[in-house]
Design a protein around this ligand. Structure first.
Ligand code: ADP
Ligand code: MG
Ligand code: MG
Ligand code: MG
Length: 400
């Protein structure tokens, strides 16, 4: 198998058979395409006789969600596998192991995580994950610190920036997150019930100024190697384990963008609780759990990032008293802004979230959409003044 073509299930089996030291030679293997994403094929290959398995993820040369009319570079498979390997070197327990990357086929062979569930689904089922905040806080601190100018040689870092130049996937973010939701774009999918609230955004110049500033940060601020798409659909979870998958949007950008992705997706679930919780008491309780998780993620991230800096920071100028506090404050402010941006686009842009869209009760769905817009726009407008994570939680609480 040499030149690029989308694999059939039978070809995926043959490919998996060729991965060294994985399956028993000559044994029977089964394959199933399980991709639920928008961009790629995902084959689950198993060996029933031993229970061994592997995942083969293959990039398609177009966005599956739109069809062949939206071409998309196969280089994203390289970006994804190289990002996973860097993340594995920093947080080995928090990402799937990569067995193989095949450039020709734009294919990554990785550890099967089918014993976990996608976190978005877990939250929709009302599950709680007490270890999640510690895990993701550590993931964010370690992957960001050791790929930034604070934690690595600054000349090598520039080569890393080059390694992760990802223009086509960044363009998707630049348009779908930082542009289209704020105008009458064809890509939008506007729920008719909240048309008034959406149109109000298009005429809100105070809001659009802040979005333009956040967009500038996304375009220019090469702080650290981001995951780039860290929503709860990119997190596999079970009570004792968290695994981050799908970093095909990885590039060098502002640290607050990844933290904001996590927070936005917790807040979208928060916004939708009138549809998911049975009664007012359980709703209140689950919302407190979600906000407590946000607080703990931030606190873990900040504590671990500062301690890595104090222990491993080598740059003399960056040890200047006051600089670390300034740096953490700008990450916090970015986090507010990107949390807001990532919340708003999920309400009426392309690619919305099941937390809201799967609600059957139309009134609960509309409430969820309005709450999410209120939280998102509130955070965007406030972001340059933010000083503590409590203010983010306040904005959420006041929106319900
Ligand atoms: P996309 O980039 O197309 O969104 P993902 O990497 O998010 O692709 O994978 C899509 C789906 O495939 C996941 O939601 C999950 O159900 C399944 N999947 C992906 N990676 C794995 C894995 N390592 N183990 C088990 N299932 C996986
Ligand atoms: Mg995905
Ligand atoms: Mg997916
Ligand atoms: Mg993806």
């Amino acid at each position: 198998m040499s030149s690029y073509h989308a694999l059939s299930e039978a070809e995926a089996v043959e490919y998996a058979r060729g991965i060294p030291n994985l399956f028993t030679p000559g044994s029977e293997l089964t394959s199933r395409e399980i991709g639920d994403g928008n961009l790629n094929l995902v084959f689950h290959i198993t060996e029933p006789s031993t229970g061994k398995s592997v995942i083969l993820k293959q990039a398609l040369p177009y966005a599956k969600v739109v069809g062949e009319s939206w071409p998309l570079t196969l280089d994203r498979a390289r970006i994804e596998s190289e990002a996973l390997m860097i993340q594995e070197s920093l947080c080995p327990d928090l990402v799937p192991h990569v067995f193989v990357y095949d450039k020709e086929l734009a294919l990554t062979g990785m550890e099967d995580l089918s014993d976990h569930i996608i976190m978005r689904r877990g939250l929709m089922e009302g599950n709680r994950y007490p270890l999640f905040a510690g895990h993701i806080g550590r993931f964010l601190a370690h992957t960001m610190f050791f790929t930034s100018d604070l934690g690595m040689n600054q000349q090598e870092k520039k080569l890393r920036v080059k390694q992760f130049i990802n223009p086509e996937l960044c363009k998707i973010t630049e348009e779908l997150i930082f542009d289209d939701p704020y105008r009458d774009a064809d890509t939008n999918d506007i729920p008719p019930a909240i048309r008034d609230a959406v149109e109000a955004l298009w005429n809100d110049n105070e809001l659009k100024l802040e979005v333009a500033i956040l967009r500038t940060g996304f375009l220019t601020k090469a702080q650290a190697l981001l995951h780039g798409d860290l929503h709860t659909g990119s997190i596999f979870i079970k009570p004792d384990s968290t695994k981050v998958i799908d970093p095909e949007f990885a590039y060098y950008g502002p640290i607050g963008f990844d933290i904001g992705a996590v927070f936005a997706n917790l807040l979208l679930n928060f916004a939708a609780q009138e549809g998911w919780s049975k009664d007012a008491a359980s709703r209140e309780d689950y919302r407190s759990y979600l906000l407590g998780t946000i607080r703990e993620v931030w606190e873990t991230f900040e504590r671990e990032f500062r301690s890595l800096w104090n222990e491993h920071g080598t740059d003399r100028m960056f040890q200047t008293p006051g600089y670390q506090d300034w740096y953490m404050q700008q990450v916090l402010r970015d986090t507010f802004g990107y949390t807001g941006s990532k919340t708003v686009r999920r309400v009426h842009g392309l690619a919305q979230v099941a937390d809201i869209n799967k609600l059957e009760d139309a009134a609960a769905k509309e409430r969820a959409q309005r709450i999410a817009l209120q939280i998102g726009t509130g955070l965007i407008k406030y972001h340059r003044q933010a000083n503590s994570i409590d203010e983010l939680l306040d904005i959420a609480v006041k929106a319900v």
